[in-house]
Write a protein that binds this ligand. Structure first.
Ligand SMILES: C[S@@+](CC[C@H](N)C(=O)[O-])C[C@H]1O[C@@H](n2cnc3c(N)ncnc32)[C@H](O)[C@@H]1O
Length: 210
């Protein structure tokens, strides 16, 4: 896979390879939409959120369904303050936990959007937000490399454990830059690979989302 390399020495994938990666991600996260338990090598669900610094009082107010599929790797809200009235986008929102947190911070004059690649996650996030009547939140089924939003629309883009999964990171960052207002902020938590992976692992589509 990915014989061509970009300026940073990273592989450039063909359209077919990108689609294979997206399909592998969808296969995994369709399962995570039922429960994150057993899919990850780090704490997930409510225990994971607690370990990442989300406040216990906040977590006690979240439903089991909001937390059971949570598989974030950090706390994007710890990086900068979300203000009332802000327009916020969560890239790869999963079951909607961070969109729910944002919807409480922005109040009724703000709007929080979540986008995700996996239909099962989107359905769960939509049900989760409907069950708490979060009228200022909306979830869309879409790949983050092609965002269905106008230029300079958002005050803040957040993301939790997703950007590492994109097979086209330059395009994803370009889209984030496009939809952010001048002076807007990207607040994301993610995983990075510090060593070169062994060749069989690097060539495996399934390893992309391990
Ligand atoms: C590790 S989970 C994190 C979910 C959520 N942010 C959380 O903290 O629970 C990764 C999520 O990103 C989604 N995803 C992966 N690649 C994506 C892409 N290119 N565009 C949109 N969503 C993507 C997956 O479907 C999955 O729901």
């Amino acid at each position: 896979m990915g014989k061509e390399e970009n300026a940073a020495g990273r592989p450039v994938f063909t359209a077919q390879e990108k689609e294979e990666i997206r399909q592998a991600i969808r296969r995994k996260y369709a399962g995570v939409a039922s429960s994150a338990a057993g899919f990850f090598r780090y704490p997930v669900g409510k225990e994971g959120a607690l370990s990442l610094g989300y406040k216990p009082g906040l977590l006690d107010q979240a439903s089991d369904d909001l937390l059971s599929s949570f598989c974030g790797v950090g706390n994007p809200f710890a990086i900068g303050r979300i203000e009332r009235g802000d327009l916020v986008l969560d890239i790869g929102c999963g079951a909607g936990f961070d969109v729910w947190v944002a919807s409480r911070l922005i109040g009724e004059n703000g709007r929080a959007f979540g986008v995700d690649l996996t239909a099962e996650m989107v359905a769960k996030a939509q049900a989760n937000l409907a069950s708490v009547q979060a009228a200022n939140a909306e979830i869309r089924l879409v790949a983050s490399e092609q965002l269905p939003f106008a230029d300079a629309f958002f005050d803040v883009v957040i993301s939790n454990g997703v950007i590492n999964l994109s097979p086209d990171k330059p395009r994803l960052f370009s889209e984030i830059n496009r939809v952010l207002k001048t002076g807007g902020r990207l607040q994301f938590a993610d995983i990075i690979v510090e060593k070169e992976l062994p060749a069989p692992l690097a060539a495996s589509v399934e390893s992309w989302s391990q």
